[in-house]
Design a protein around this ligand. Structure first.
Ligand SMILES: *[C@@H]1O[C@H](CO)[C@@H](O)[C@H](O)[C@H]1NC(C)=O
Ligand SMILES: *[C@@H]1O[C@H](CO)[C@@H](O)[C@H](O)[C@H]1NC(C)=O
Ligand SMILES: *[C@@H]1O[C@H](CO)[C@@H](O)[C@H](O)[C@H]1NC(C)=O
Ligand SMILES: *[C@@H]1O[C@H](CO)[C@@H](O)[C@H](O)[C@H]1NC(C)=O
Ligand SMILES: *[C@@H]1O[C@H](CO)[C@@H](O)[C@H](O)[C@H]1NC(C)=O
Ligand SMILES: *[C@@H]1O[C@H](CO)[C@@H](O)[C@H](O)[C@H]1NC(C)=O
Length: 759
């Protein structure tokens, strides 16, 4: 929030200063959304936008000055500079669906794929059956691409698919004829929305390439995670060495740069334009590692502009994969919650970087760090004594408290400030006691080792036990496999969904901690072209890679069928069979609000047996159930839609999950499954009800043959609880003894409805 506020404040000041002398009304950029296009011809669509704006502004010149973008491929609308009263006037026109101010979104391997069970060695694997994603085109909306990275080489690629209508745009340090190839088939950039709202790119403050070239590095990391080519012997400072590759190493990548500057921000007007172009260009999958800032909860609504863009993409068969956000571990922090989107949470890998801390009493404690060495010590070990007691941030205010040549133990929640303060006080390393954040970082040759409070306390007891405490720190090692449990990362945003509580979010989890992938050389994290990064931003491209492989095998599956396959087959235990935990201030067993269906299991997702499919009509029924007016829904869709009376129940939306936020005594809901496995199959139901909840499924057996491929069933859910409860979790599984089609069930009893419980 901080940086935006500052930018915005500066911008307003400039405008207000101008106002003093010229008395012009302040204008801002608004996105005017008009629903589905009236014409197929993009030129006529643009012309209709100009006419509409002309009717308001009265001259061609002012239309020209006002308009920022015309959205004209996937949907219709425009971005324009308007005063508040003009925006109000335009929102009252009958053809206008809604008018939304341009805002800022933020950007939310080597081992990953083997851990998830997609090994490249096995010729029977999903990777080989899917031809490594060959012929599938994935659009990545992010900070651009560093095209020289070896991960984007097109060795062994055939010609670009003829259906591709996109292009490669030249710009600063980016020459389309050199930098695009048969793998990197598209590259465009969108900056007008950012510039119109937030001023010109100040090149002194924010060095950038005004082209698809990635200054930041985030987009390169994401794109190479989805589809990087095989590259042997990759490591980060010697850690995590192995063969790097993306999830679908033969996919075609189309890069849409809509996120800029060191502030890692993307203007919604630019993201919306990128979606419009991507739909036109012919992508099969869209991957967005970005989202609105929380806690602006209304901005995660389905009417929110990127959800609208995603709706049109999904209606055209394009899967949209988006990150859940990095605002965990608090509840109700998940963003990108529309039911047509696949929303991704982040988990840890079975890889860690234990770093030995040996104390003068010869006791060794294993912390975590990304410290390449060399080994360090023995040197003095210190603890900031009262009144600072472990608070290293305040070291700088006490000139007497020198840490010259010492490693310092800190108990803190802001490691970065602590590291700076210890360095300024002459310290040579830091041990930080904290709750797990899953955010390790390097501080160059300055060792920064994290431990928990228990181990931190052990170190403190040692310090207090001796007059001259000393410590030795060894280089971090790479530990792969057991015995460390998989966890949903602390930072990963959690459900329940505050906008539409009956829609389970997030949908799925994937590894998003310490993911090694390509980076641009400008990034401070760069080490020989690679960097380790963490975030739901990193988990998202892993699921996008899996979606690519599924699209490759099943080109005719709808986005919801693909989503269902991924959710119903997910791991509830990690690949070694151990339960998955969720980290926060307390470590607990993970539940659907942490990881949706569970941890993505690519091989199983390719053979789901049954899918919970949906079409655009189902999403329309969802909109009808969710209190949108008929006109508002009609406009989103571009055709007249009258919602049925009575309104459909949101609980009947054919999601691969059941979430009942307000069960009073009993509800009956319906689901429909489609057989995509062997024709003659018999499935039996297995119910694991949430605590205190009764579930009756009718029928209990589903018989499919060559004629019957789709069957419905009902679920009667009732509560035995006498009070308002929190959520309890269970599952509903259809099994033919080969396929286990499991959906998560989450139920909250509300005897008193619409009640805020804080007694
Ligand atoms: C304004 O633009 C429209 C369409 O581009 C054109 O037909 C018309 O002649 C223009 N009017 C003036 C006064 O330039
Ligand atoms: C881009 O590369 C092509 C091929 O090497 C070259 O002919 C052209 O001059 C380059 N364009 C620019 C703007 O550098
Ligand atoms: C860009 O930023 C620099 C450093 O803050 C400042 O000196 C310069 O005036 C700015 N340029 C513009 C065009 O705003
Ligand atoms: C991998 O790279 C490291 C460091 O660049 C080098 O020392 C090592 O010999 C390489 N290993 C192989 C198998 O190429
Ligand atoms: C620690 O181990 C070293 C070498 O094994 C030994 O010489 C030393 O006496 C030990 N120190 C203590 C305090 O046990
Ligand atoms: C630093 O030490 C000197 C001498 O002991 C003392 O006078 C002074 O108050 C101390 N300063 C702080 C900030 O503690």
């Amino acid at each position: 929030m901080g940086k935006t506020t500052v930018l915005l404040a500066l911008f307003l000041t400039i405008v207000l200063n101008v106002q003093k002398s010229f008395v012009i009304a302040e204008s801002k950029v608004y996105i005017v959304y008009l629903g589905e296009k009236e014409h197929d011809d993009p030129e006529s669509v643009t012309e209709s936008h100009h006419k509409l704006l002309w009717s308001l502004l009265g001259s061609n010149e002012s239309v020209h000055d006002s308009i920022v973008y015309s959205y004209r491929h996937g949907f219709s609308g425009f971005a324009a500079k308007l005063t508040e009263s003009q925006a109000q006037q335009i929102s009252e026109l009958p053809e206008v669906v809604h008018v939304i101010p341009n805002t800022l979104y933020e950007l939310t391997t080597t081992r990953t794929w083997d851990y998830l069970g997609i090994s490249s060695g096995n010729s029977n694997s999903l990777l080989h059956k899917a031809n490594m994603g060959k012929e599938v085109i994935v659009g990545v909306i992010d900070t651009g691409v560093w095209p020289e990275s070896e991960m984007f080489n097109d060795k062994g690629y055939g010609p670009i698919p003829s259906r591709w209508k996109g292009g490669c745009e030249s710009g600063e340090s980016f020459n389309a004829s050199i930098h695009c190839n048969r793998k990197l088939i598209g590259a465009k950039y969108f900056v007008d929305g950012l510039v119109a709202s937030f001023g010109v790119l100040n090149r002194t403050e924010n060095p950038e390439y005004v082209s698809p070239r990635d200054f930041h590095g985030h987009g390169t990391h994401v794109a190479s995670t989805i589809g990087g080519s095989f590259l042997p012997n990759v490591s980060y400072l010697g850690l995590g060495r192995g063969t790097a590759r993306g999830g679908a190493p033969r996919v075609r990548l189309a890069i849409y740069k809509a996120c800029w500057l060191k502030t890692s921000s993307c203007a919604t007007a630019d993201v919306f334009k990128a979606m419009d172009e991507a739909i036109h260009d012919g992508v099969d999958v869209l991957s967005l590692s970005l989202g609105p800032r929380v806690p602006l909860y209304p901005e995660t609504d389905v009417r929110e502009i990127t959800s609208v863009g995603a709706f049109h993409a999904v209606a055209k068969g394009i899967s949209v994969v988006v990150s859940a956000g990095n605002a965990g571990p608090n509840a109700q922090t998940v963003v990108n919650v529309a039911p047509w989107i696949l929303t991704v949470a982040a988990s840890t890998l079975d890889r860690s970087f234990p770093t030995a801390i040996t104390l003068g009493n010869n006791i060794t404690i294993l912390g975590q760090a990304i410290f390449p060495g060399p080994e360090f010590g023995f040197v003095g070990l210190a603890y900031p004594e009262p009144p600072f007691s472990g608070n290293c941030e305040r070291l700088s205010t006490n000139p007497n408290n020198t840490m010259e040549g010492k490693v310092v133990l800190c108990f803190t929640t802001s490691p970065n400030t602590a590291i700076t303060a210890v360095r300024n006080a002459g310290g040579v390393g830091v041990i930080i006691a904290r709750n797990p954040t899953h955010l390790l970082s390097t501080a160059g040759d300055f060792p920064y080792v994290a431990v928990d409070f228990e181990l931190g306390t052990d170190i403190l007891y040692y310090i207090r036990s001796t007059i001259s405490p000393i410590v030795k720190i060894q280089a971090s090692r790479t530990l792969v496999g057991q015995p460390v449990a998989t966890k949903v990362a602390t930072f990963s945003s959690r459900g329940p969904n505050s906008v539409s509580p009956a829609i389970l979010k997030p949908d799925i989890a994937a590894p998003g901690v310490n993911i090694l992938a390509a980076i641009s050389p400008n990034s401070p994290l760069n080490n020989e072209g690679f960097a380790m990064m963490s975030g739901t931003s990193m988990a998202t491209p892993i699921v996008s890679g899996v979606v690519v492989l599924l699209k490759s095998i099943y080109p005719h599956w709808s986005p919801s069928a693909i989503k269902s396959a991924i959710v119903t087959t997910a791991w509830k235990t990690d690949p070694s069979g151990e339960p998955i935990f969720a980290d926060g201030s307390n470590r607990k067993l993970a539940d659907p609000f942490d990881y949706g269906g569970g941890l993505v299991n690519p091989e199983k997702a390719a053979k789901p047996g049954l899918v919970y499919d949906m079409t655009t009509d189902d999403y329309v029924m969802y909109l009808c159930s969710a209190d949108y007016s008929d006109t508002s829904i009609s406009r989103v869709l571009g055709k007249i839609t009258v919602c049925p009376n009575p309104k459909p129940s949101v609980l009947d939306l054919n999601l691969p999950s059941i979430t009942i936020p307000n069960l009073r005594d009993e509800v009956i809901l319906t689901r429909t499954v489609t057989n995509v496995g062997p024709l003659n199959s018999v499935y039996k139901v297995v119910i694991d009800p949430p605590m205190g909840i009764n579930m009756v499924v009718t029928p209990t057996e589903l018989v499919f043959d060559s004629k019957v491929t789709k069957l419905s069933f009902t679920v009667r859910v009732s509560t035995t609880h006498k009070v308002n409860t929190g959520y309890y979790f269970g599952s509903l599984t259809w099994t033919d003894n080969v396929h286990n089609v499991a959906i998560p069930v989450s139920v909250r009893t509300q005897i008193l409805q619409r009640y805020y419980d804080e007694n």
